[in-house]
Design a protein around this ligand. Structure first.
Ligand code: 0X9
Ligand code: CA
Ligand code: ZN
Length: 553
């Protein structure tokens, strides 16, 4: 009996492994249809509103969907993805493995020591598990690597920073090829092409070709080309279970984490993880973002030929900077021949990188969905890279026009101040974004604004705020250097009265962006402060069951 059982089990195992996944296409989907597939937990490969919805399904699901959607057809398959990974033309390289990418980076760094510096920004789960002694992860010991391209790359200079990141998702290795391609194009053009030379000299351009090296390896090795997530050991069995393990890195960032469009089921392709930044890979990128002030960035994905801008976590949400985000996004999109749209328009996803970078730092953070399939044939890589060069340059060139910049320093000591820079009419949008601050190390700031006249407030606890009238032009750089004087200290009596002159009790004041504790009024409706620092404050007055009142006083 026993041998027969083994044989049966064996064939069952093989059939499970060989159940090929397909990408099927439904044309002209309605938004309601997309939402219903989304809510049912389907793996959405790509969606272009009004044009198509592509789903990753097995053959059985395809057959049953054919009944309700007779027009559905096969757009792509695992088999196709595998064959696209390698180039039929032996003189052209196919997709590069992560070790090959790391090798080319170190060759480039040796060739251009003044322009390039390689920085280790963290490690993958594979490395962590292997170091814990789990043998199954021995081949997955990956560091996550970032490269800075700038003049004096060895130094952290006071220059605008931009990032280009690939491979949040494993099955999208074209994103890594594009990041590498842009880097080598910039290196080639340095010193001969004036535009590129200026971009490299005046900015810090950061390249992170592979944020998810463990997943990338599984795809490049052709173990499982439909792999999307990292290899987080969800079921803690010290084994990579491709159908159960992993967290979607683009749902794991800590801005509106777990809100909508992120799933709490570990086996799901868009599983958001145990908590915000539960993943080593997103922690690495979070800390990387925290170390310098990025003005803009592109996260490359595939596919859909789209340029997406924040926010993405909720439908119909207009970011405070939506006008300029859309303007630059549209320029980038038309340079590639892609379509620009706010992220939520596609489908809402919370915990994505762009919402985090924009929502936390005001970074103009874009997603570019490359190509029309996950893994375009290797032979197309150079064409796709070339098509994307102009957009990559447009991003970093944004610092050259319609921008407000300068430095905030302390009037007495000259020290750099990470002051808040509040642009009236933009930063008072009811849609939340963390208040924009000048760079911690240098006091410098850059605000991409629509042309026009603005009132701008510079404030920081302990200093007297200043208000400036500035005019932003379509082609110019407006510079406003600001020296803030230290606050004086006065005795302050605040009394809060209603329109009849009666004290209002049970009301509290919050001093926003300071560490002054919240205070609440007693029955007499007054509060006395000894030695209160003078200056302007954004305050919020709150009382139970009333709308909060926001004031600048
Ligand atoms: O879902 C994603 O993370 C991205 N698409 S992909 O097919 N490459 O996985 C798009 C994220 C863009 N943001 C929103 N749609 N909200
Ligand atoms: Ca596991
Ligand atoms: Zn993706």
């Amino acid at each position: 009996m026993k041998p027969i059982l083994c044989l049966l089990l064996l064939s069952l195992c093989f059939s499970l492994l060989s159940a090929e996944l397909l990408v099927i296409r439904i044309e002209s989907p309605t938004p309601a249809l997309v939402k219903s597939f989304y809510d049912q937990g389907y793996d959405i490969a790509s969606y272009r509103p009004g044009e198509y919805l592509d789903l990753v399904v097995d053959e059985a699901t395809y057959k049953s969907l054919k009944i309700s959607f007779p027009g559905a057809y096969i757009h792509d398959s695992e088999e196709q993805m595998k064959s696209n990974l390698t180039s039929p033309d032996r003189t052209l390289p196919g997709y590069q493995t992560y070790p090959a990418i790391l090798d080319s980076l170190s060759v480039l760094a040796q060739q251009y020591p003044d322009l390039l510096r390689i920085v280790n920004i963290g490690s993958s789960w594979g490395k962590y598990y292997a170091q814990e002694g789990h043998d199954n992860y021995e081949d997955f010991q990956h560091d996550i690597v970032a490269v800075i391209l700038s003049d004096n790359a060895a130094l952290d200079e006071d220059e605008p920073a931009f990032y280009y990141v690939g491979a949040h998702h494993a099955r999208e290795p074209i994103s890594s090829e594009v990041v590498m391609g842009i880097l080598s194009h910039f290196l080639d053009g340095y010193g001969t092409d004036d535009e590129i030379t200026a971009l490299v000299d005046d900015n810090e351009l950061w390249f992170i070709p592979v944020l998810n090296p463990d997943g990338h390896k599984i795809v490049l090795d052709q173990t499982y080309t439909m792999m999307r997530k990292n290899i987080r050991d969800n079921n803690q069995n010290h084994t990579i279970d491709i159908n159960y393990d992993g967290v979607d890195l683009n749902r794991n960032y800590g801005f509106e984490w777990g809100f909508i469009g992120a799933i709490d089921n570990p086996s799901d392709q868009t599983y958001h993880g145990l908590g915000p930044f539960s993943e080593l890979e997103t922690v690495a990128f979070r800390d990387f973002l925290g170390q310098r002030h990025f003005l803009g960035g592109i996260s490359y994905h595939s596919y859909g030929c789209l340029v997406l801008y924040p926010y993405g976590y909720i439908s119909n949400l207009l970011a405070p900077d939506a006008q300029e985000l859309a303007a630059l996004g549209s320029q980038m999109a038309s340079s590639i021949g892609y379509t620009c749209t706010p992220s939520w328009q596609l489908y809402p996803t919370s915990g994505n990188l762009d919402d985090y970078a924009y929502g936390t730092y005001g970074t103009f953070a874009y997603t570019i969905e490359l190509s029309y399939i996950f893994i375009p044939p290797a032979i197309q890589i150079p064409t796709i890279v070339n098509a994307n060069l102009a957009a990559a340059k447009l991003l970093a060139s944004r610092r050259n026009y319609s921008v407000l910049t300068g430095k905030v320093t302390a009037a007495d000591t000259g020290e750099a101040l990470p002051a808040y820079i509040h642009v009236v009419g933009i930063d008072d949008s009811p849609v939340y974004r963390t208040p924009y601050r000048a760079n911690q190390d240098f006091g410098s700031y850059w605000r991409f604004l629509p042309p026009g006249n603005y009132t701008v407030r510079y404030y920081l606890q302990g200093y007297q705020a200043q208000e400036r009238q500035v005019s932003i032009t379509e082609t110019g750089i407006t510079t406003e250097e600001v020296e803030l004087s230290a606050s004086e200290h006065i005795d302050l009596l605040i009394s809060l009265k209603d329109t009849y002159g009666n004290p209002i009790s049970g009301t509290c004041i919050e001093f926003l962006d300071t560490n002054i504790p919240d205070v609440c009024f007693g029955p007499e409706g007054t509060i006395f402060y000894h030695q209160f620092p003078t200056g302007h404050y954004r305050i919020r007055i709150i009382k139970d069951s009333f709308e909060p009142l926001n004031l600048y006083v």
